[in-house]
Design a protein around this ligand. Sequence first.
Ligand SMILES: [Zn+2]
Length: 493
Amino acid sequence: MRRSLLIGGVALAVAVFLAVLLIRTVGLQAGEEPGEIPLPALQLDSTAILERFAAALRYRTISHQDTAQVEHAEFERFHQFLFQSFPEVHRQLEWERVGGYSLLYRWRGQDTTAPAVLLMGHMDVVPVEPGTEKQWRYPPFAGVIAEGSVWGRGAIDDKITVMGILEAAEALLRAGFRPVRDVYFAFGHDEEVGGRRGAQQIVALLKQRGVRLHWVLDEGGAVTVGMFPGVERPLAMVGIAEKGYMMVELSAEGPGGHSSTPPRRSPLGLVAEAIAAVEHSPMPARLEGVAVEMLEAVAPEMPFWQRLLVANRWLFGRFLLRQLQQTPRGNATVRTTFAPTIFQAGIKENVIPSSARALVNVRLLPGDTPEAVVEHLQRRVPKGVKVRLQGVLSLPSPVADVRSEGFRLIRQVARSVFPEARPVPYLVLGATDARYYTVLTPNVFRFLPVRLTPEEYRTFHGTNERMPVGEILRAVRFYAGLLSAGAGTTSRP
Ligand SMILES: [Zn+2]
């Protein structure tokens, strides 16, 4: 009797346990999807839009680390091209140059006291790596339309944003649209080298003028497949935060001397050991914040067993974390990463260097601090190695609110333009110009409204960068939809 009671009790407990797992899983399965939003009915001349986009790629607006190499005349010519291509924008909006060649536009709304929205992008591009020119199917600055795409440096990063926004604004202006709230467009000219003249100065200017921002949209993740194993549906990846960026120097010194009588430990050996230690003991991984928001949003598209893990993190959290760490992207989403990038020591083959140094590029997860990183490293490097914080380019950004109006609108418009995709938030792993804007509002989002195959996605900053023709038009429709939904719907009678 006692025994059967016990068995019954255990069976009941197991059943309750399984039920809890299942109920939680089914709860995630539902995963509400945003409704679609009506897009403005605009007359878009697709041939002219494609021609203009191809033409934009012919300007060599290249950023170089050494600013003396920048061809400023090309930026000047690109501006002239924009003025001619978008006459209504330049007639009806206020615009100015900032920091040399960045452009800031203000489209006055009917209620200028309401917080404004700001769309941003950048006009500069990265150089073509010397020696790879021949691998391009079409020359990188020829702006060729072929094989269903427009080819050229900047096609993805980031002239599609600049041209997409201006095309949308021009079409809306022609249709008589007037925003209810102020709208700003901010196009940097030095994003690829840190944005100190462009984005940083634009933000300083907006701050000085007391401009209040409702939300901001910058380039970021695109609509793509293959980000999550097992998920077949395309995902519209909307960045809601970005990691911080800092450098740490590891160095050691010693007497040096002739290599025929080496000491037991040399500076070079010590720093090498320190680098190995850094790679072997990363900062702890954490399943929290943006990573959780992302997993929960993707979960409805996951195979059942994966969804079960995500829905029951209280039980499978550690297992999930281990899974995520299998890929470099997944790993970088759940922890602060260390990448040794520079090692300097030695001048001659038979001289023991008296000093050695290495630089470690650190990408900070929201929640981690530079001080905590230095402390973590100090405890792990061998005695005799100095750990020095060399510079913090940016702290981890604040996390934008996924319940805010900006995120809701971006999701809805993304749903309308990309009905095949599920919009999900994610953590941006690189540093972007958007980070400067977080002093004006925490609600800074990062999304590039085009659908790209993984192969196309890999061409940005690389060889054969291109944009599928259909996606150029979808980008224009996305920005038009976002402007009309996000800034008001008033039309002239
Ligand atoms: Zn970019």
